[in-house]
Structures are given as structure tokens and as C-alpha cells.
Design a protein around this ligand. Structure first.
Ligand SMILES: [Zn+2]
Length: 78
């Protein structure tokens, strides 16, 4: 499952059609000294690349809140 689509209640397989592979992405600025790992669908992976980490989180506030409240789930050492 795409982490963004999941928190936003989107059907990522429908949104991405045949491009239903998930990409492992990393966010470097969210946790101090740790990297946040996300599974992203193609659409959200491209969006992250285009917007950059900070604007991406502004666009996806549900995800930002998830990352803040479930740190153990997403964070790992660099
Ligand atoms: Zn997605």
C-alpha cells in the first residue's frame, strides 16, 4: 500500500492503473538523526520529487500527522 494513499483513503491501484509498483522513498528532514521510510505509489513518488520534501508534507497534512504520531513505524537509523 502507498502510505499517502492509505492515510488519505485513496485507491492507489485505481489511481495508478497498470503502474502499481510501489517505490521505497526516504524523507531526510522530518526526524532528527533518523530517516523516515515511506512506500509511495508512482504518482506520489513523482509528486515528492517535483515538490520536495517540505512542500510535499504541506500538501499531505494527514501524512505529516501520521509521521509525527507514529514515529516508530516510519523512522530508522540513517
Ligand atoms: Zn499514493
Amino acid at each position: 500500500m502507498c502510505d499517502v494513499c492509505t492515510v488519505e483513503g485513496k485507491d492507489w491501484k485505481f489511481m495508478n492503473g497498470k503502474h502499481s509498483n510501489l517505490v521505497r522513498s526516504r524523507l531526510f528532514n522530518i526526524y532528527e538523526g533518523k530517516v523516515a521510510h515511506l512506500s509511495l505509489c508512482l504518482i506520489h513518488d513523482i509528486e515528492l520529487f517535483m515538490l520536495g520534501e517540505n512542500r510535499f508534507l504541506e500538501e499531505h497534512l494527514h501524512l505529516a500527522r501520521q509521521l509525527a504520531t507514529n514515529k516508530e513505524k516510519y523512522a530508522s537509523k540513517v
